[in-house]
Ligand binder design. Structure first.
Ligand code: ZN
Length: 295
């Protein structure tokens, strides 16, 4: 199944559509270079809403979970990746004051050891050299995103340990783990200013006004992967998630050519590494290519 001389990347995400908004151009670039890329989607996105006004119709709401599976299949084809659902149920984004309790049986409530098991099994089967996931705040505070972070960290350690989950296959230890760092203050500001310079209105104005600089994460970036050539693939994959993404919305407010000029990378923090490689990096496989025998 896995070739010893092939690099492999496993991107762990919470919901269908997250893979297209975080690290999608990076994945498309690596696929084009011959890397095997797998997306693990922890939940089915069952409790998501319809966020695209053009799709806000009763017949869409009626079969939303099935539609999200179909959208994921289209995005997977566009990105050229492999993809598996890990089988957990979306926790929903609790809203209100006080917050309502999480729904019974949802991903965020599954005990960690049990919640990490499908990912451990996938790591042992797919044998990735590199994992990507969300930071300790989930990138944004959705309970499923925070759980995705926890499960990823747990599985990164457990997958290589022969004493843990012995029933789930031969141990495999990934070498590196990265957090997505794409939504930083400097990048958002740069996009915002570029939009204003064209005379258009920026969809980031309110977002930036409420952005506490103390919560910026840009100083944590260790790795910038040049992937501007693949921004159009990223956007096509996003649009494939038609119930979640409004093609007239803020994702597409800044023209691709402008993004390629002002911010042609997707950015990451190297959170765990078992190998030595000088930082800053421009490649998630930095330090691994000679070991694996691939250039
Ligand atoms: Zn999500």
């Amino acid at each position: 199944m896995t070739r010893p001389d092939q690099l492999r990347l496993l991107a762990v995400h919470a919901h269908p559509d997250d893979e297209s908004s975080k690290g999608a151009a990076t994945m498309a670039k690596y696929v084009a270079e011959g890397v095997r890329v797998m997306v693990a989607t922890c939940t089915g996105g069952e409790r998501g809403s319809v966020l695209n006004p053009a799709m806000d119709r009763p017949e869409v709401w009626e079969r939303l979970p099935q539609i999200r599976v179909e959208e994921m299949a289209r995005a997977r084809e566009i990105l050229g990746v492999e993809q598996e659902f890990l089988g957990f149920v979306d926790s929903g984004l609790p809203e209100g004051d006080p917050l309502p309790p999480l729904p019974e049986g949802c991903f965020a409530l599954v005990p960690l050891e049990e919640a990490a098991a499908p990912l451990v099994a996938l790591i042992r089967r797919f044998k990735p050299h590199v994992l990507t996931t969300y930071d300790e705040r989930g990138g944004y505070p959705h309970p499923d995103h925070i759980k995705t972070h926890e499960v990823s960290m747990y599985a990164f350690d457990a997958a290589g340990d022969p004493d843990r989950y012995p029933e789930l296959g031969e141990p495999w230890q990934p070498s590196k783990l990265y957090y997505h760092m794409s939504f930083t203050l400097p990048r958002t500001k740069a996009l915002h200013e570029a939009i204003l310079a064209t005379g258009a209105e920026s969809p980031y104005t309110e977002w930036l006004a409420n952005w506490d600089p103390a919560r910026d994460i840009s100083h944590r970036v260790t790795t910038r992967v040049p992937c501007g050539e693949y921004f159009s693939v990223r956007d096509a994959a996003l649009i494939a998630h038609a119930t979640q993404i409004d093609p007239l919305g803020r994702w597409f407010a800044c023209p691709i050519e402008t993004q390629q000029q002002i911010w042609p990378t997707e950015d990451y923090e190297l959170a765990r590494s078992l190998i030595d490689a000088p930082k800053p990096e421009d490649d998630l496989f930095a330090g691994l290519r000679s070991e694996v025998g691939v250039r």
